[in-house]
Design a protein around this ligand. Structure first.
Ligand code: DHK
Length: 157
């Protein structure tokens, strides 16, 4: 049987559409498009299919996560400002019931106190923070690793 490519959805929250122009000393000089290109190149090498979604609106992110259930195999999410506030995004992630990696360009633990709280950290498999745009490529590798492990577990190793 031909093995199908793992499908990974990247979800980005508010203000990540203006990466490159937005506080480059914190978030780096790459645009979201630059980052997506790097992720797509890495996905091609890894034999994975990637899809990208960005929204500045909480409800749109919830809608996209709900649709992801049964549609993709894993999620990489940077909820951006909603990381620290959104019970709705947390609940949608739980609903998805998919392996997920939380990602931040900066390291929120080293920033203002309100950024030290993540409402999704305990419903994701792992977190990548503080590596800038390259964190997205690392997050792709991380989620693919988790899916491979899951596949091995299912096959009984
Ligand atoms: C992005 C944001 O927009 C902030 O609100 C978060 C996160 C951190 C990041 O580092 O990618 O606090």
């Amino acid at each position: 049987m031909k093995k199908s490519s793992p499908r990974i959805l990247f979800v980005d929250g508010p203000n990540l559409n203006v990466l490159g122009k937005r506080e480059p000393s914190v978030y780096g000089g790459q645009t979201l498009e630059d980052i997506r290109k790097d992720v797509s190149d890495a996905a091609r090498r890894e034999g994975a299919a990637v899809e990208f979604f960005q929204s500045n609106h909480e409800g749109e992110i919830v809608d996209r996560l709900q649709r992801a259930r049964g549609e993709v195999d894993g999620i990489v999410i940077n909820p951006a400002g909603y990381t620290h506030t959104s019970v709705a995004i947390r609940d949608a992630l739980v609903y998805c019931a998919l392996p997920a990696v939380e990602l931040h360009l900066s390291n929120p633990s080293m920033r203002e106190p309100f950024r030290k709280v993540s409402l999704v950290e305990d419903v994701v498999a792992g977190r990548i923070c503080g590596i800038g745009g390259y964190g997205y490529v690392l997050a792709l590798q991380a989620i693919l690793h988790l899916l491979r492990e899951k596949g091995r577990d299912r096959a009984g190793r």
